[in-house]
Design a binder for this molecule. Sequence first.
Ligand SMILES: NC(=O)C1=CN([C@@H]2O[C@H](COP(=O)(O)OP(=O)(O)OC[C@H]3O[C@@H](n4cnc5c(N)ncnc54)[C@H](O)[C@@H]3O)[C@@H](O)[C@H]2O)C=CC1
Length: 485
Amino acid sequence: MAYDTQPKASHFVDGAYLEDTAGELIEVIYPATGEVIARVYAATDAVIEAAITSGRRAQAQWAAMSGTERGRVLRRAADIMRERNHELSVLETFDTGKPLQETLVADATSGADALEYFGGLAGSLTGEHVNLGGDWGYTVREPLGLCVGIGAWNYPTQIACWKGAPALACGNAMIFKPSETTPLCALKVAEILHEAGAPAGLYNVIQGMGAVGGKLVTEPRVDKVSLTGSVPTGRKVYAAAAEGMKHVTMELGGKSPLIVFEDAEIDNAVGGAINGNFYSTGQVCSNGTRVFVHSSIKDAFLARLKGRMAGIVMGDPQDEATNIGPMVSQRQRDIVEGYIAKGKAEGATLIAGGETPEGAGFYIQPTVFADVTDEMTIAREEIFGPVMAVLTFDDEAEVIARANATEFGLSAGVFTRDISRAHRVIGQLRAGSCFINSYNDAPVELPFGGVKASGVGRENSKAAIEHYSQLKSVYVRMGDVEAAF
Ligand SMILES: NC(=O)C1=CN([C@@H]2O[C@H](COP(=O)(O)OP(=O)(O)OC[C@H]3O[C@@H](n4cnc5c(N)ncnc54)[C@H](O)[C@@H]3O)[C@@H](O)[C@H]2O)C=CC1
């Protein structure tokens, strides 16, 4: 293999690669072939201790710098990421199996956006002066301290930056634990931040499964935990963090509705449904996997959708012509196959896909089911794969109620040409990240996150600053102190 996917060592701690082969072996598998392309070891207690000690030391040093100086480091890191975008994208494709066509534009570039945006904000994180009628007060925006980021496997570079950039901008240090399925890319983020001038230990990356994540979450010297993962893991991590009264951000799963009204521009709605179901082979938390189509346009919608699916190019993800890559792992493909079987068994109509191709790699066909009802398993549970469920509706109030009838609340989308209806409906959908005549855009300037079981807190935008800093308030008396005795 021309590209060397084996990292220099498993962890990046205190400004350098660090190895400890006493940890559990993690084999990194290239999803397109099933080959082992790298080996790393889960962090031992010694590695965790080194990450915590160096993180706390670096945090004190970093917080003593001005916001402008900190921001300069983040913006330099953004520039380095952009210069190396091609190389980083190829690695992201090896790590995840996502097609290079996507990774070139959505991963290191999105990470660089976050570093640039929060680098720009860092110098403007000030408090307030408060007039108290003679006396006065002021607030200081302070860092939380040592933050832990725990990542999912679908966007390893992006998640490492979406958590790291606001944390560092606010003057915190971070220990990031990538998903054990995709351990490679975050190491590059750590390398780049170090090269850009971040003090040694400020952004440490350590590997491991849930057990390593669990140790970090319960560590008393950790002040905040930000998780991207599934709802069951979120429940465990949130509960463990609560024991130590730690700050949390939870970016969890979804089963989001995408509503297509009868007056929608059908090609755009079909495009939105494709982006919201098949990008990254369906492994996107905000996907609009319940596509509610007005019954009067169901046939036209399905016909256009089927036509557009002839444009699927499934194959070698390193080939830029490929637009559908494999699933991230055998395990994830097995899960998706199970849901497709349930869809068939519970009586949904298979419109497209539904098969697992022969041969190496964890490929599965992008799949569309129609005539799906609210009770079917594929309409209720997060699949995290390329499976679109098309349901029909007749009435606005009815579809809003059905769209909201889920424990999740990450995203929601509406396609309609009626501007009043668009805002009226979005106003009633219980979701954190919404779209009108679009789907799955995630610019760094807009808050991202869920309501209900989909999460707590927001990533990106100025809102993320609230989740990586805290206010100290100071009362200043100008006169004498009056006391009862
Ligand atoms: N809302 C969002 O921003 C996103 C949410 N997701 C969600 O992530 C899920 C898929 O990712 P997976 O990696 O399978 O999720 P997962 O929940 O299995 O694992 C997520 C991370 O948590 C770690 N972990 C597991 N148990 C832990 C514990 N007890 N304590 C601390 N850490 C622990 C894992 O090692 C991994 O790094 C999907 O459900 C998806 O919806 C994925 C991407 C974005």
